[in-house]
Design a protein around this ligand. Structure first.
Ligand SMILES: [Zn+2]
Length: 264
């Protein structure tokens, strides 16, 4: 009986996390997710624009655009919104031209910006899937990956209402990873989305969520992830916030350095 239970437990463990998965930090909210040959890039193609946040340097940008390993065979690219510390139209366009295998899912605001601002926009048009802002959760299947995408207003209230900010839940080899972009900490919208019911294994949230009362409530009641990573951490740092985060979510980590890696 004891042997039976042990083997049952090991079968369960193996199937629950059958493929190892890594998340490599690029800069600000940019990451590369890899698992068993599947690759997803989120919010990583931009250059220096806001000095307050990390950005990929020119050598790294060229490496990503030209598809040098590990930036080759990228199945999916996600861009949360058009702000320049997350996205640059020309670099994203060049990336897609260099990666005919890659599809991009984002708001129509962002895909139109590529079509308009990238000189060779026509050549990558087929790789773009633009979504019109609404209140639904959209389901996609791209290169063997399942994606749920949805809109949440950008943080900052009426000042940033026009910015079409998206969140994504990507399923890669059975593990579900959430990325929120710069979503506003609005419990009502998170309640409506009910991400918890979709099952969130790893949540990447702006670090301030974990140091804030409303953000903490959203994570605990409406996301309920198994693992937590804070992103969008400023270069100068915020020791006060880190202290709060350690108190509220002792198991969470915050990405601070380019190429930092979380492995699961
Ligand atoms: Zn933003």
């Amino acid at each position: 009986m004891k042997y039976f239970l042990t083997s049952l437990l090991s079968i369960f463990c193996v199937s629950a996390f059958s493929q190892s998965l890594s998340i490599t930090y690029i800069a600000n909210e940019g990451v590369l997710i890899e698992s068993a040959g599947k690759k997803v890039i989120i919010d990583a193609l931009f250059d220096k624009y806001y000095d307050a946040y990390l950005f990929p340097d020119e050598a790294l940008l060229e490496k990503m655009i030209s598809g040098k390993a590990p930036y080759n065979d990228v199945d999916l690219m996600l861009s949360t919104h058009i702000h320049r510390d997350h996205f640059a139209p020309t670099m994203t366009g060049r990336f897609l031209k260099g990666h005919p295998e890659t599809k991009l899912i984002s708001s129509t605001q962002l895909t139109q910006s590529i079509s308009k601002d990238y000189a060779e926009g026509k050549s990558v048009a087929k790789q773009l899937e633009g979504i019109t802002r609404d209140e639904d959760i959209h389901q996609h299947e791209i290169n063997g990956l399942k994606v749920s995408s949805f809109f949440i207003y950008h943080s900052g209230g009426s000042r940033t209402r026009s910015i079409e900010n998206m969140g994504y839940l990507v399923e890669i080899n059975g593990t579900k990873i959430l990325h929120l972009g710069d979503s506003d900490m609005n419990p009502d919208r998170f309640k409506e989305l009910d991400l918890k019911s979709l099952g969130v294994d790893i949540a990447m949230v702006p670090y301030w969520y974990m140091a804030d009362e409303a953000g903490t409530q959203i994570i605990r009641e409406y996301i309920v992830p198994k693992h937590l990573i804070g992103i969008h951490y400023p270069k100068v740092g915020s020791p006060m916030a880190l202290k709060e985060i350690a108190k509220n979510f002792p198991e969470a980590r915050v990405f601070k350095e380019v190429f930092e890696k979380a492995e699961y």
